[in-house]
Design a protein around this ligand. Sequence first.
Ligand SMILES: O=C(O)CCC(=O)C(=O)O
Ligand SMILES: [Fe+2]
Length: 404
Amino acid sequence: MTIPPGFNIRAAQVAPASVSHRPYGPSTGGVGNETMPPGFKAEVAQLDTFKLPEHATGSLSNRRLGRALVDAWRRDGIIQIAMSDAQRELWEDAKAASHRFFREPHGEKAACVDSQSYAGYIASGEEVTDGIADYSEIFTITKDLGPSDPRVRARWPCHGSCPWPNINMKEPMARYNEDLGIQGEKLLQLAELGLGVSPGSLTRYTRDGWHHTRVLRFPPRNATNGKGKEGRGIGSHTDYGLLVISTQDEVGGLFIRRPSHKERFANWEKSAAGLREDDDGWVYIPPVEGVHTVILGDMMQYITHNYLTATPHKVGLNTRERFAFAYFHEPSFQAVVRPLEGGCGGMLHDSFEDYEGIHYGTHFTNMFMRNYPDRITTKRLIAEDRYKLLAEKELRTMDSVPAS
Ligand SMILES: O=C(O)CCC(=O)C(=O)O
Ligand SMILES: [Fe+2]
C-alpha cells in the first residue's frame, strides 16, 4: 500500500467500508454494552480498527501506521486489527475445532496432558489466578517437541509434546497460529517504526519465539462445574511476553484497564494477578465481527521502559458460554530481554544503567508454575529439580542447542 504524501493516514488505516466492524448483537445503537456480562459496570470501548499492510516496510505510510498503533496502545491499551477474508476462514475453522474439542467427553479431554510441557487441557476450576480458581476451560498449545528433541532430552523446563486430542484440531489450529505468527512479526516491525528504534530492536528476540495459544471456553455464569455460585472467568492479570492477539466470538466477557501512570504494575517483579479486580475503571471490549484485538505483555513493558505497558485484563462469565482464542507472540524461551536504548524522540531514556535483563524462559516458567501448582508438569519440574537449569548459559543464549 503506497500512500501519497499528505494523504489522510487515519482514513487509510481503518479497514475499508466493505469490512463490517459493528459490534455483534441486536441494535447496538452506538452503545455496545448489550453483550456485557451481568453484574459488571464498565465503560464500553469504541476502538478504531487498523488494517495491516501485506508487508511492513520503512515507507512513510508504514511509519505513520506504526506511530498510530503505538499511540493507540498508549491511549487505549488495546487495538483492533481487521481480518482479511482468508483470516476469517482460518478463525471459523479454528473455532469449529475448539467447539469440537470442548464437546468431547471429560475423559477424552482430561487425557490431553503432558508431564513435561504445559500444553494440553486445563479443566474448569483448575487454573488459579491470585489464589482463586478461574472457571475457564482451556487447551494450551506450546511448541510441539517430541522426546527426541535435544531440549526435551536435556529436560529443559516447559519443553515437551503438545498432547493433541483424537479429533481434527491440530491442523486448523496450526494454520490459525501460523497466520498470527506472521501478523505478530508485522506488528512488532510496525511498533519498531512507531517507537523510532532501529529495525530488529524487537524482532531480534522472536527468532524461534516461544509463541503459544490458549483455546478458551467460558461456561455460562450459573454453570461453573458446581464449584462456585456465579463463578468468574479469568481474574485480572497481565500476560507475559510481547503481544497478545485475541479473537472472541459474539458473546462478550473481556475487560481491560487503560494505561495509567497512577497504576504501574511490573508482573515480573511482583505478581499483577488479581490487582484492581473489583475496582472501578475497567473498560469493556465488546465483540466486533471480523477483528482481532491486540494487547501488550510484560516483556514489551520492560523493553520500552514503561513507554508501552502490559495491559491488565480480566474475563467475566456471561449468560451464555463464550469461546475465544488468545495467541501470545513471545521472545525465544532462551532470550534475555533488555530495555531499548533511545527511541521515541527522547521519550525512551538512554539506558546508562547496566540492566541485568529478564530471561523470558524463567518468567514463563514462574508464571506457569504459579498458575498450575497442582499440575503434573509442575510436580515433575520440582521433583526432577529442573528449575535450576534455567540459570545455565545454554538456556540463556538464543539459538544454542544442548549437545545430545
Ligand atoms: O478470553 C479472552 O478474551 C482473553 C483470555 C485471556 O486473557 C488469557 O487467556 O490470558
Ligand atoms: Fe490474558
